[in-house]
Write a protein that binds this ligand. Structure first.
Ligand code: KG4
Ligand code: ZN
Length: 349
């Protein structure tokens, strides 16, 4: 049994969790959304300051909620990449300091590996190989999960991430920040077939289209043009119909690519992770398609779709159990490919 205290501060949530193997002992998420809402998006400098103000209290709360002392913690982890550099530094410095003071192993965790591991929190018996559909604010990828730390990216977006598309379309529909949940809610009242929008196909030089890659920037522009046209033609833009049509297009696009990828690679399970995994349209669409193709699709509980530290702790437990620890000289990186995860660790035999 391995118990890890994990910190996640890559963007706008100050999160601390304690995880024992694949079981969550405590999970604290101090959201900064109300602070950033007034700016219409995350302000990196403001995020770092907020993390600094909140982190110590969140650590104390995590220990208290888990009813554990430092002696019962086997390792201390923090997200070190990718993300906002100033924000990551707060969590990483806190984790390194705690590791030094309490003489515990330290682990730097890749944020996207955390999103993959979120599925294990509700499906502890899940084991690789499986396909991960990672859909967050910064990333949209189809990843072949081969083992702890061994990932192959099979497909991705060529431009905007799915969550970024939700946020940008919400902004142009004046729905506020964060856009994903706002569109999801409004889409329930709209007609998903009201407007036909491009699903983001990527052309191949040899002709035809890429089976796994998508492009969401064209879809966002198509929504902008549609709204401009509707503003000219009608007295009131049917915002719910636009939101529903957009959401349905993204859901169909992601579903089609994920199913094709799983079938081509002979993977029977698709585990979805990242903030957009919370989307009701994607959940419905993918689940229905998976049943048709005899595939298993797994979604983390809503609270573990968006950023949290439990998923970081879950990944850290697996690394620590495999003898992987990080150097205290490890720094933060705003970008780091998932294929580079093992560069964060030194292996102790
Ligand atoms: O994984 P996450 O919390 O942070 C990143 O690592 O980026 O994802 C945040 C993204 C945002 O773009 C947000 O709008 C989107 O996830 N999101 C959603 C929903 N909830 C969050 N998108 C669609 N539908 C949702 N229900
Ligand atoms: Zn994330």
């Amino acid at each position: 049994m391995t118990t890890v205290l994990a910190i996640e501060t890559s963007c706008d949530e100050t999160a601390v969790a304690i995880v024992n193997n694949r079981q969550v002992c405590s999970s604290i998420i101090a959201s900064q959304i109300p602070v950033h809402q007034q700016y219409g998006g995350v302000v990196p400098e403001v995020a770092s300051r907020q993390h600094l103000e909140t982190i110590n209290q969140a650590i104390a709360q995590a220990l208290q909620q888990a009813k554990l002392d430092w002696e019962e913690i086997d390792g201390i982890a923090a997200t070190c990449a990718p993300g906002l550099v100033g924000a990551l530094l707060v969590g990483l410095t806190a984790a390194k300091t705690l590791a030094m003071v309490h003489n515990k192993p330290f682990l730097g965790v890749h944020h996207l590996e955390g999103h993959i591991y979120a599925t294990y929190l509700s499906e502890p018996s899940l084991n690789p190989p499986f396909l991960s559909l990672l859909v967050s604010g910064g990333h949209t990828s189809l990843i072949y999960v081969k083992d702890c730390g061994v990932y192959e990216t099979l497909g991705q977006t060529r431009d905007d991430a799915a969550g970024e598309a939700f946020d940008k379309v919400a902004r142009l529909l004046k729905l506020g920040y964060p856009g994903g949940p706002a569109i999801d809610k409004l889409a329930q009242q709209g007609n998903p077939q009201a407007f036909v929008l491009p699903e983001g196909k990527v052309s191949l030089p040899s002709g035809g289209f890429h089976r796994y890659d998508a492009s969401f920037s064209g879809l966002k522009t198509a929504v902008l043009r549609l709204v401009q046209q509707l503003e000219k033609d009608t007295t009131q833009v049917p915002v719910a119909d636009v939101a529903a049509s957009f959401q349905d297009t993204v859901a169909r696009s992601l579903t089609k690519r994920a199913i094709a990828c799983a079938l081509d690679y002979g993977l029977d399970t698709i585990a979805v992770g990242g903030g957009v995994a919370a989307n009701s349209g994607l959940r419905k669409n993918l689940q229905a398609a998976a049943i048709k193709h005899n595939l298993r699709v797994l979604f983390p509980p809503l609270k573990f779709c968006t950023d949290n530290a439990a998923m970081i702790g879950c990944a850290a437990v697996d690394h620590l159990s495999s003898g992987h620890t990080s150097s205290l000289t490890l720094g933060v990186e705003s970008r780091l490919a998932l294929s580079q995860v093992m560069k964060l660790y030194q292996t102790v035999d």
